[in-house]
Design a protein around this ligand. Sequence first.
Ligand SMILES: Cc1cc2nc3c(=O)[nH]c(=O)nc-3n(C[C@H](O)[C@H](O)[C@H](O)COP(=O)(O)O)c2cc1C
Length: 408
Amino acid sequence: MHQAIQMSDTLWYLGSSDRRLAKFENCHPVPLGISYNSYLVMDEKTVLLDTVDHSICGVFLENIKSVLNGRPLDYIIVNHMEPDHCATLAEVLLRYPEATVVGSAKTHAMIKQFFGDLNLQGKVMQVKENDTLSTGHHNFRFILAPMVHWPEVTVTYDETEKILFSADAFGTFGALSGNLYADQLDFGDFELSEMRRYYSNIVGKYGLQVQALLNKAAGLDIQMICPLHGPVWRAANKIQWLIEKYSRWATYRPEDNEVVIFYASIYGGTENAAEVLANALGAKKVKNIKMYDVSVTDVSYLVSEAFRASHLVFASATYNNEIFPYMENLIRDLAAHNVQNRSIALVENGSWAPVSGKKMSELFSSMKNMNFLQDTVTLKSRGHEEQRLQLLSLADTIAESVFAAELH
Ligand SMILES: Cc1cc2nc3c(=O)[nH]c(=O)nc-3n(C[C@H](O)[C@H](O)[C@H](O)COP(=O)(O)O)c2cc1C
């Protein structure tokens, strides 16, 4: 049976959630599932905004059919061509061949790449920045948002209802469970951390492009944000909070003056050093210290933590004359996501020729504004009194820096 949700006289939610998917993009764990959102506007003309992933195709088609209730589908606006949103486009067109497909030039090129010839002659509307589409009562304005998070991305602003259909921007991991709107959720630390994990891993690399979109959005009166994943945002204070978060993340400014210690350890010597450092920081009254064994925690959570905290410590054993693989993967991922403006410290370990510190610094040297707080602490197999004192001194330096730092 259909599970469409009516959002207003004319607007319907047609999406659903997948709680079976292990990894989003076959990369990021989604233990709480993921929603694929699609919206339908029932105006003088009917307008579908994006389709959904294959996993929920059946119910999605049922949703469309039930809301259209015999009316034709006039337009399909394609804001994003990534298959978790457009995989079912051909299925929809099979059932509604009369629909005109609306998208940017890049979108139409990608439709051909993904689907070949869909026989769309006469049913293609190519839009540029600020082009509009009137469907009777509603007036839709198209705003290009390249690289948020693919090059073809468009967001669509409904000037009549003041709704921003924001594509992947403002999305979050997690299935929807009856509460379609963010203001129906506590949206406490837990939800925020999943939203941050989504942002940092999915669009975190494209801070400049997100800033460009935020600048364009600043000129719009937005009363509702309808993203392609996660809840819909409608309360003014929530929308403002959301935009502030995005503008912080897009400019790579930390949210918390706090310390995160990432460690990679085989036999426990490096882990022991990380614990000594953490305890010394705690003794210095540094709060909310977080520690992660990078072999255990999925890297998507670690990237998210690096987006959040101001002070990052990386402690790694040497492995085959390299950084321990999970640590190397983490640092390369941070570089790939453009993490910058952080205070960092390094601890290395090795039984005969420790090089992980030098190799970690080389990776950080390609990243912007990474401020090394102190020389690398070196352990040979395990720490002894000399290293304990060095770690205490490092804790002094980090604590001083944390207390002196201000959030901008
Ligand atoms: C597969 C493997 C490769 C290693 N390669 C190096 C190396 O190239 N240089 C070195 O100094 N130690 C190397 N080590 C030794 C560890 O780095 C060293 O024992 C270190 O103290 C381990 O730290 P941990 O106690 O935190 O695991 C290697 C260990 C293993 C298991």
